[in-house]
Design a protein. Structure first.
Lengths: 401, 195, 264
């Protein structure tokens, strides 16, 4: 039986295709190394980095941005532990952070941040597992520390060239701002080198092979995220450049070769068949409306539309239709308003009690100039939510008609 | 427009002057035209106008520094333009005002603009109500937000669309102590606004 | 009349023999609340010490801060000893802020951030030339110093048992070898490169009203905080213009440290 193992997260490198394909077809399944026990920092660089991140974790722990729901946390921890094994899992503290980004990151001191944007974009448990496993691989391979050292020498070079350039300005340098709460909550952006991404992929594949998850899930989630980035760029009239914003991405354009390379890696490393679509959807369902609303804050029509469409393909649901309506209404062109109206109608067909959809419908129609229908819809909304924050304004908008 | 970022006891090295033009004193009881427009207000106490404009049609006043009290005037933002100066037009463009916007579209416009320019992470609109402003039927709204410096701020704003352009006054300050402290002074300024 | 402030203007450190002109920048400044009663600090008062923000590390050639946990741990303990010794001179009793969790911790974090914003505003808009607000300049001329965090501080964990709150922040970036070499090289070429950061501020607030009673900001401090002597010197600099006169009789519990010789 030919099984396929898929890497958890897309490797950065253009060298990956030859390197990985060659390695994948020639070598056996990368064996997951035996767990050596809880890791402690080895040298002063590492101790310093851990101390900084321990401080950040204190702030993170108390932040309002952390989702504390017990069931969701249990689900995510379950996926990680299943993916990397219980022994490794014990060393990790997981924080689910509300941010509409496809991201998970792991700090060298064992703090794992899982962003809600990732939970929303992952189609199933296997896709989530692939991403978490890849991040954990970076942690196990101690890439964070190497990255920190590499960045330091990168800025050293810049300092010297500034002096050589004989520019007579006081050189202040770029301070490493690890003290900002933004960094504490959202984590430092780690850009890994190609070789590191490759190595994390290999270990990540190893985890997937050992845990029974469907291997091609990594390629799938990656393809979707790359496509999303393309849509963002398209909408903004640019070439796709969104890859440098998250832990997984490096600044390379989409390439069919890369997706192919991942599939090839998957071919070479057998795994299981388990995807876990239903458990994933069940875990997300209570939070879906909030995650969708967070996406709207991005002001990224192309990307968000893509994410919503992919979700819609899973099946008709009122929250998703409502979110699509909101997205179009926010952009507000005449055609957008017409589309929004259609989405709201559809949402209300499925769930006539969706109060916010009545509000969206009413506002879309008002802005289109259909004041009678708009007023009627807003009236329905106000009957359901008489103490809404904008009720006073809406009442006047209706009354004026 | 850049706020001096202060985390928990983060030290900002402010050794070098950040602007060549000094901040101007806005005298009490003296009418002042703001935001390069016909919008005129009369403060009841002395305020300071910061030298750096947050946007081409905007102006910023403060008492103790914009982190502690932040009063922004928008004087005639045109349809198809953003509220603030773009931070990163390519990768993070600001939303644009449109003259077809409903009064209820103004809070989301401000919210998204603040998210991008000031790294606001949570933003909650608490109240939206009609209010006559500058001779038009305007809107006023109140909000709460969590800033990139991890301080919770309260805000309020009054806006009206006049001649297809947006005129707005926003005020925000830390919810603890500072917002309430200058609320009455801001009320007076808003009440004095004319076009 | 209480002294208002003692500004100290220092030039940016420059090794350039050619005399590259750098603007003279004030590096250190302090202020005391203008309406403090003369007898405010005559009796021993309890001071709640909020967890000091101490960062010690190296500054790489490129100016990047490299944290050193062992240096920071060391500094934390030397500074704690130095603080205790220093405070003993004033006859005050230090109360360490209790560990807080949940809602209380969030409130404390909020106030720490709020204090950071306040200190930053004082430093930017009242203390140092270049950015001062006109109203604050007027305050300076009238010897008025009026900043407050508001009475909400009285609800902070530990505030019920203390009269004042003390904030301390220091950051030390020791120029690494690379940075020092860069500095010398640059100086030969007539470019000034600052090596090392030794900056900080300390402030005392009234835990009933939230008023900032005293703040001292210094961007060029001496003393190697990793050593006991250096920490003592650092503490001395942080406490310049502290509104309490040193008394001779310390509380019986704490053995008095050798009094610091003179000021500055």
């Amino acid at each position: 039986m030919h099984r396929r193992l898929v890497a958890s997260v897309l490797a950065a490198a253009l060298i990956l295709p030859q390197h990985a394909i060659a390695a994948g077809t020639e070598e056996a399944v990368p064996a997951v190394p035996a767990f050596a026990g809880a890791y402690q920092p080895q040298d002063s660089d590492e101790r310093g980095l851990w101390a900084e991140q321990d401080e950040q974790e204190r702030t993170l722990r108390e932040s309002d941005r952390v989702v504390r729901d017990a069931e969701l946390n249990a689900y995510v921890r379950g996926v990680l532990c299943r993916s990397v094994g219980q022994e490794r899992c014990n060393a990790v503290r997981i924080y689910i952070v509300r941010a509409p980004m496809f991201n998970a990151s792991m700090a060298p001191n064992g703090t794992m941040r899982v962003f809600t944007g990732l939970l929303l974009r992952a189609h199933d448990e296997a896709e989530l597992a692939s991403v978490l496993g890849h991040e954990f691989a970076h942690f196990e391979l101690r890439h964070g520390l190497a990255r920190y050292r590499a960045r330091r020498s990168g800025s050293d070079l810049a300092a010297w060239s500034a002096v050589f350039g004989a520019v007579a300005i006081a050189f202040s340098g770029a301070a490493y701002t690890s003290s900002g709460t933004g960094v504490a909550i959202y984590g430092d952006v780690m850009r890994f080198e190609r070789a590191q991404e490759s190595a994390a992929d290999r270990l990540g594949f190893g985890f997937m092979a050992a845990s029974g998850y469907r291997p091609h899930s990594a390629a799938d989630v990656w393809r979707a995220v790359m496509d999303e980035a393309d849509q963002t760029a398209l909408d903004r009239g640019r070439r796709s450049q969104r890859y440098d914003n998250t832990a997984f991405f490096a600044s390379h354009p989409t390439s069919l070769d890369r997706a192919t390379a991942l599939d090839a890696l998957a071919e070479a490393n057998p795994g299981g068949d388990y995807t876990g679509v239903d458990p994933h959807r069940a875990a997300i369902a209570p939070h879906l409306a909030q995650f969708l609303a967070d996406e709207l804050a991005l002001n990224d029509f192309g990307g968000t539309d893509f994410v919503f469409q992919r979700l819609a393909a899973q099946g008709r649901s009122a929250p998703i239709l409502f979110a699509r309506g909101e997205l179009h209404r926010k952009r507000g062109n005449p055609r957008d308003l017409a589309n929004a109206t259609a989405f709201y109608h559809e949402a209300l067909e499925l769930d006539p009690a969706h109060a916010e959809a009545w509000r969206g419908l009413g506002l879309a129609q008002m802005r289109s100039g259909n004041t009678i229908e708009g007023a009627a819809a807003l009236k329905t909304y106000l009957e359901r939510v008489p103490d809404a924050a904008d009720a006073p304004m809406l009442r006047v908008m209706i009354g004026e008609q | 427009m850049k706020r001096v970022i202060a985390g928990a006891l983060a030290l900002t090295l402010v050794l070098a002057p950040t602007s060549a033009i000094a901040h101007r004193l806005m005298a009490a009881g003296t009418a002042a035209q703001v935001a390069r427009s016909d919008l005129t207000v009369t403060p009841g106490i002395e305020w300071n106008r910061l030298s750096q404009r947050p946007g081409p049609m905007a102006e910023r006043w403060t008492l103790d520094g914009e982190l502690l009290n932040d009063l922004i005037f928008f004087g005639g933002v045109e349809s198809g333009t953003p509220l603030f100066r773009e931070v990163d037009r390519r990768d993070n463009p600001l939303p644009q005002f449109s003259s077809t916007m409903l009064p209820t579209d103004i809070p989301p416009l401000l919210e998204t603009s603040l998210r991008i320019t000031q790294n606001i992470s949570t933003f909650e609109v608490v109240r939206v109500a009609p209010r006559p402003f500058l001779g038009a039927s305007g809107v006023e709204f109140e909000y709460r937000m969590l800033g990139g410096d991890d301080i919770t701020r309260q805000g309020r704003a009054v806006a009206a669309i006049v001649g297809g352009k947006l005129f707005m006054i926003t005020y925000d300050a830390p919810a603890e102590y500072f917002f309430a402290r200058s609320s009455a002074d801001v009320d007076r300024i808003i009440a004095s606004a004319t076009l | 009349m209480l002294r208002f402030f003692a500004p100290l203007a220092l030039c940016v450190v420059s090794l350039a023999a050619t005399g590259i002109s750098q603007p003279a920048l004030a590096q250190e400044r302090s202020a005391v609340r203008h309406d403090l009663a003369a007898d405010t600090f005559t009796q021993a008062r309890r001071i709640l010490v909020f967890r000091p923000r101490i960062r010690v590390g190296e500054q790489s050639t490129g100016g990047m801060f490299e944290p050193r946990a062992d240096w920071t741990e060391l500094a934390r303990s030397t500074m704690a000893t130095a603080l205790r010794d220093r405070q003993a001179l004033y006859g005050n009793v230090l109360v360490e802020a209790p560990e807080a969790y949940g809602e209380q911790a969030r409130r404390l974090d909020e106030y720490m951030s709020l204090f950071g914003a306040t200190a930053s505003s004082i430093i930017t808009y009242q203390f140092f030339p270049g950015n001062r607000l006109e109203t604050k300049k007027a305050d300076n001329r009238a010897e008025r110093f009026e900043w407050s965090l508001g009475p909400g501080v009285s609800q902070l964990p530990g505030a019920a048992d203390a009269d004042y709150g003390l904030f301390i922040f220091t950051e030390d970036q020791f120029g690494s070898t690379g940075r020092k070499v860069l500095q010398v090289f640059a100086a030969l070429g007539g470019v000034s490169v600052q090596s090392g950061v030794h900056a900080g501020y300390a402030a005392l607030i009234d835990l009933r009203t939230g008023n900032v009673l005293w703040i001292n900001a210094d961007f060029q401090m001496g003393g190697d905080v990793r050593e006991a002597e250096g920490a003592a010197r650092r503490m001395e600099q942080l406490f310049e213009e502290f509104p309490i006169a040193a008394t001779v009789a310390p509380p019986a519990v704490v053995p008095p440290a050798a009094p610091a010789a003179g000021s500055q």
